[in-house]
Design a protein around this ligand. Structure first.
Ligand code: SAM
Length: 440
């Protein structure tokens, strides 16, 4: 593909995102599935451009509004503004790309030329931009995020707008971190141990993991360090009965099984059979036998009823806004609505009330989200405790000492007895966890 054709591809994908609301990575995947002739360099260049435009979106739109009233900011205009503001291209450089030759975008209109000229010499950032524009988050979340992050708002939002590293969890059923590093090295992949998770490795940059022996042979799984921490905080041990209530494709279930040395009873539940189905090949690759999966009937499942008060550890890794994962899904911030948040909060409440019934006296309920918003985190736990008298919060520092052992990064003055991980502070995706013990 020529440089112009790559820009045309990015424009087409950006417009598709706006039309369909599809996640950017899926839209890119679909685009290239229909264009097998494109090479890996083309794919990388188009992906970087699409993600760049998504990551700069509020600032690009702000600039367009400033220099040219309120014409609709579609993919083409956003690409032009990105080339001018992020790449610093002058009019002639942009015209070379937009020359209409072959698969390149058609030549600039008079109005587009005016836009490019008005943006020449400007930078993406400008002192007049309000916080939500400068730090790329939805304006309607400003109050919530400011209450939560206070003076750390800018740093956290900027960190959530960078590219995330690739984290791996070592499958300790097959070998320790040193062994996994050795197998990765033989695959030509360099990794480093993660700072917080004792079972994590981090790869900066890219790696073809799907083809690597380390991955195909089940020595490592792709999992963000924060997710690994949540699985470790479950505190599951050999012989326990454990339920992963919202298991999805079982990322955390597998980590829990490895902690239990594959000895015990783990039930991976979900209401979505398709997601749960994706666990099967992973079980095989990890050579893990202690996990059963179960599709739940939401709101009144018989199996849940039959197992009330019988489970040592119940993880409720509930559906959430995913605000903590904006590094990986930068476009998700622009799709989230207040209504989504309210609906999610209702689901989270329902799931907590259902999952808690499984926990035996002295057992633990671990509530987790990949959200940074208090509405989905501490507010949910406060409401739950006000409703159910029979649970108490175990300070996460204590649980961390019991399970992970090293210094816990939680700050009780800021986060109370809960854990909140963030990209800026901890270098992980954003996560929240609360550990509750059943007292009666
Ligand atoms: C955040 S994801 C779980 C991710 C998974 N634990 C992991 O580590 O990969 C939330 C999951 O909750 C499931 N879910 C939604 N409503 C549910 C319910 N009422 N009961 C159980 N699972 C539910 C969704 O299908 C989704 O797979």
């Amino acid at each position: 593909m020529t440089p112009g054709a790559r820009i045309a591809a990015a424009i087409e994908i950006i417009d598709r995102l706006d039309e369909t609301g599809a996640p950017a990575d899926r839209a890119i995947e679909r685009y290239f599935r229909a264009r097998r002739y494109a090479g890996s360099k083309d794919r990388r260049a188009v992906t970087e451009r699409v993600f760049g435009i998504v990551r700069h979106r509020a600032r690009l739109d702000w600039w367009m509004l400033r220099v040219q009233d309120n014409r609709r900011p579609d993919g083409r205009r956003r690409a032009l503004a990105d080339l001018a503001l992020a790449d610093g291209l002058a009019r002639s450089g942009i015209e070379n790309l937009f020359d209409g030759a072959g698969y390149a975008p058609k030549a600039l209109t008079a109005e587009e030329t005016e836009l490019v000229e008005a943006l020449a010499g400007e930078a993406l950032d400008h002192a007049d931009q309000p916080a939500w524009v400068a730090h790329e988050f939805p304006s309607w979340l400003e109050r919530s995020l400011t209450d939560l992050l206070n003076r750390g708002l800018a740093e956290e939002m900027d960190a959530l707008n960078t590219a995330a590293p690739l984290d791996l969890r070592v499958n300790t059923l097959k070998g320790d971190c040193a062994r996994a590093l050795e197998v990765l090295k033989n695959d030509g992949i360099e990794a480093e141990p993660t700072a917080l998770s004792p079972i994590g490795l981090r790869i900066e940059g890219r790696a073809n993991l799907q083809a690597a022996t380390a991955y195909r042979g089940g020595f490592v799984e792709v999992q963000d360090e924060g997710s690994q921490i949540i699985a470790l905080l479950v505190g599951a041990g050999k012989g326990m009965k454990v339920v992963d209530f919202c298991a999805g494709a079982g990322g955390k279930t597998l980590a829990i099984a490895a902690e239990m040395k594959d000895q015990g009873e783990i039930t991976a539940c979900d209401i979505d059979p398709k997601r749960l189905g994706a666990l099967k090949p992973r079980l095989k690759r990890a050579e893990c036998r202690s996990i059963e999966s179960r599709v739940l009937v939401p709101g009144g499942d018989m199996w849940v009823h039959d197992n009330e008060g019988a489970i040592d550890r119940v993880l409720a890794d509930v559906p959430c806004s995913g605000t903590g994962r904006w590094r990986r899904r930068p476009d998700a911030r622009w799709r989230l609505t207040g209504r989504d948040l309210r609906d999610l909060a209702k689901d989270q409440r329902r799931i907590l009330h259902e999952a808690c019934r499984l926990v035996k006296p002295g057992g633990r309920l671990i509530y987790a989200t990949c959200s940074i918003l208090a509405e989905e985190n501490e507010r949910q736990i406060e409401d739950f405790l006000a409703w159910f008298g029979g649970f108490r919060v175990i300070p996460v520092k204590q649980v961390w000492e019991e399970t992970i052992g090293a210094a816990c990064p939680a700050d009780p003055a800021r986060d109370g007895d809960f854990l909140r991980l963030t990209p800026h502070r901890n270098g992980t995706d954003g996560f929240f966890a609360a550990v509750l013990e059943r007292t009666a």
